[in-house]
Write a protein that binds this ligand. Structure first.
Ligand SMILES: [Zn+2]
Length: 190
């Protein structure tokens, strides 16, 4: 039976490297795979998924794929989606439908929560619908499990602003809950 997977992790948990390795394993066995990302996610340039360790691959936008697939469904061994938190709830539901009706496994990789510790709408829907939920762990500078994605602007952790900010000068770091709430982003600030 095909399943809907949600593999979530904080920033820096190598989700993209993971998805590219999974894709490679499928391709190596002669399988057909669709590699997708939500339309909103384009910080790596158009139609490409790139990991911090240098792996990259061509991909297709979620909306373009869904339109094409539903107008003319075709055989696939797996659908892999990076940055899945940026999908719409409706898109998550469409992929659940694809799993059930077309029996294609769909593997979604993404963040659980935003920089204010709130669930992304698509992540919430994935927690509600996924058959398999797996955490990809990463650690805070203190060595504890990191579960919060802190937004850093001009070197300081900020908790104000829009859930999704594209092309800004902000960056993100993953912290444990304690260090997030204390506003401490590195060892030297303790
Ligand atoms: Zn910590």
């Amino acid at each position: 039976m095909a399943k809907l997977y949600f593999r979530y992790g904080a920033m820096g948990s190598s989700k993209t490297a993971n998805i590219l390795m999974v894709r490679y394993n499928y391709l190596e066995k002669g399988k057909k795979v669709a590699l997708l990302k939500p339309d909103i996610e384009n910080r790596d340039g158009k139609m490409k998924i790139k990991s911090r360790i240098g792996l990259e691959a061509e991909c297709e936008y979620v909306s373009v794929f869904l339109k094409r697939f539903f107008s003319s469904p075709y055989e696939l061994d797996a659908i892999l989606i990076d940055e899945a938190q940026f999908m719409s709830k409706e898109e998550v539901e469409k992929f659940a439908y694809i799993v059930d009706i077309f029996e294609i496994p769909v593997l979604c990789y993404g963040l659980r929560t935003d920089f204010q510790t709130k669930l992304f709408p698509a992540s919430k829907r994935l927690f509600e619908l996924a058959d398999v939920i797996e955490e990809i762990p990463t650690i805070c500078f203190c060595g504890k499990k990191a579960q919060v994605n802190a937004r850093v602007v001009d070197g300081k952790i900020t908790t104000q602003g829009e859930q999704v900010m594209m092309g800004g000068n902000e960056s993100y770091i993953s912290l444990c809950r304690k260090h997030y709430y204390r506003g401490i982003s590195k060892k030297s600030e303790e």
